[in-house]
Write a protein that binds this ligand. Structure first.
Ligand SMILES: *Cc1c(COP(=O)(O)O)cnc(C)c1O
Length: 495
């Protein structure tokens, strides 16, 4: 099976090449040429498997240059060994008769990025061996919070890899900063950058294009790569949990095999919901995909009108991981729905780059409408939902998850569609203690990591162990830099 660029189908790679390359040379995204289908009894036969076994089953269908035993070993390292605090890895919790919540935050950093970033390093490291790459890969990350920590945990002590994370001094919460500067592992580095997220991101982008740096690193046996959410090695592990959730609903007799479900996903870069689309294409009986946004509602407008327009006000919201105006992974959906029309996709992306917008025709708009619904929710509503879910169900949710619950509510009121629905929960509420405490009506908030204890005391819900343990960890990284001097930091950290 081959992977092709969404902007040029002639550019073909094996899975291992696609994962090692990350992005196609023309800027397109490497995407499977053909989507595999689940066999007729696949879901039934996966019903009683562990999460790790389901992961091997699903990933096998996409990675024909990897053996099952390789994949089993990756799944054991990524999801076993006590890394997740739930033995189901991604448990499904019943909220009411036809609403179920897929909790994707039981991993080491308490956010859904762990689901993919625990697996990607193993896929990448093995891909490098398959491609006979002799150098060590150095992953560079600019982070606004969650991704950096999840990448550090995922790559920590993985063979033939190094990871360096740059975070903005003025752009992450106290808890997020502490999570990063206390990172353990022998192949990790963390450095703050003076300024905001854009400064850190611009700085990292410049590192990637710095030929002098590349030459110097090559002499030391390193090459640079990224772990961002458009890498196929991040999308694939996300397909697994949709298949797994359906199997759990079967096992728990919440549905019968073949019953349709809807899925509602809090969305930013479109990676998570795209994985649900691929699961649907594989044959998981998913009827509708409901795309939930915060006030940065560029996707709501696109899915409703067929016009993608990033020329709009950017809002900093209570659900910061969804504060995005360019949803990169949408490109893969366009590729699929145009019947893999690479020229058309290339033209949309060129228009987006030039004018900040593109307009898909009626035909594509109809295709989108057959599968997707969309809605959005502002901060006031987000807090109200957190409060209501706690009061009515004693279920504590984070602001990203709250956006999804609200959009599902709107969808049900508008359509009367009562299909059993899986709401995707993307972060532990303990990652966003201040917003959650305010939503519960607390107006005297503690400082820093004490917020974690406060939320636990107010609700009686125990904090996840990795967050509760933060206050006793040793700070390992105190480096900081100006964005113009990041090259020196990289060279220093890669001695
Ligand atoms: C990254 C993230 C999202 C958005 O997921 P996409 O795949 O980018 O759409 C939502 N919630 C949380 C908590 C996240 O970290």
């Amino acid at each position: 099976m081959y992977y092709v660029s969404t902007r040029n189908k002639g550019d073909k790679s094996t899975a291992a090449q696609a994962i090692a390359r990350g992005l196609a040379v023309d800027g397109g995204l490497m995407t499977p040429e053909v989507l595999p289908k689940l066999s007729k009894n696949a879901l039934g036969s996966m019903r009683d498997m562990s999460y790790q076994q389901r992961a091997v089953y699903v990933m096998n269908a996409y990675l024909d240059d990897f053996t099952s035993s390789e994949l089993s070993s990756f799944a054991a390292k990524a999801y076993g060994g006590g890394k997740f605090d739930a033995k189901e890895v991604a448990p499904v919790r019943r909220v009411d008769g036809n609403t179920h919540c897929l909790e994707l935050w039981h991993g080491p950093t308490c956010a859904f990025k762990d689901m993919a970033l625990q697996m990607l390093p193993h896929l990448l490291s093995a891909s490098l061996v398959k491609n006979q790459e002799e150098k060590t890969v150095c992953i560079l990350v600019a982070t606004s919070g969650d991704t950096g920590k999840a990448a550090l945990e995922g790559f920590r002590d993985v063979d033939k890899t190094r990871i360096l994370v740059f975070y903005p001094k003025d752009g992450v919460s106290a808890v997020q900063q502490l999570q990063m500067v206390t990172q353990e592992g022998n192949n990790v580095g963390v450095c703050s950058v003076a300024g905001n997220f854009d400064d850190a991101q611009t700085g990292v982008k410049q590192l990637f294009t710095d030929e002098n740096l590349r030459d110097q690193l090559a002499q030391r046996g390193f090459f640079l790569s990224s772990a961002n959410s458009i890498n196929w090695g991040r999308v694939l592990p996300q397909i697994v949990y949709y298949v797994s959730a359906y199997c759990d609903l079967l096992r728990d007799e919440a549905i019968q095999n073949g019953d349709k479900i809807n899925v509602c996903v809090p969305t930013g870069n479109f990676g998570n919901i795209l994985a649900a689309y691929y699961a649907r294409e594989m044959g998981v009986p998913i009827e509708r995909l409901i795309c939930a946004s915060n006030s940065n509602n560029v996707l709501t407008d696109f899915l409703r009108t067929g016009i993608y327009d990033r020329n709009r006000t950017f809002y900093n919201t209570l659900s910061p991981s969804m504060d995005i105006l360019i949803s990169s992974n949408l490109e893969r959906l366009l590729f699929a729905l145009t019947g893999q029309d690479d020229g058309q996709v290339k033209s949309y992306m060129a228009q987006l780059g030039r004018t900040g917008q593109y307009h898909v025709g009626e035909k594509l708009k109809d295709k989108l409408a057959r599968v997707f619904s969309a809605g959005y929710c502002d901060d006031t509503q987000t807090k109200a939902v957190i409060g209501r879910m706690w009061k009515e169900h004693r279920y504590l949710i984070d602001p990203h998850t709250a956006v999804a619950f609200d959009v599902l509510d709107q969808y049900r009121r508008e359509t009367g569609d009562e299909t059993p629905t899986l709401v995707v929960s993307t972060a532990s509420p303990f990652k966003f203690c201040d917003s959650v405490l305010e939503a519960l009506g607390e107006n005297r908030l503690a400082q820093g990591t004490e917020l974690i204890d406060q939320l636990s005391q107010v609700t009686g819900v125990p904090a996840p162990a990795p967050l509760a343990a933060l206050k006793d960890k040793t700070v390992r990284f105190t480096q900081s830099t100006e964005k113009e001097r990041m090259v020196e930091q990289v060279l220093e950290m890669l001695r």
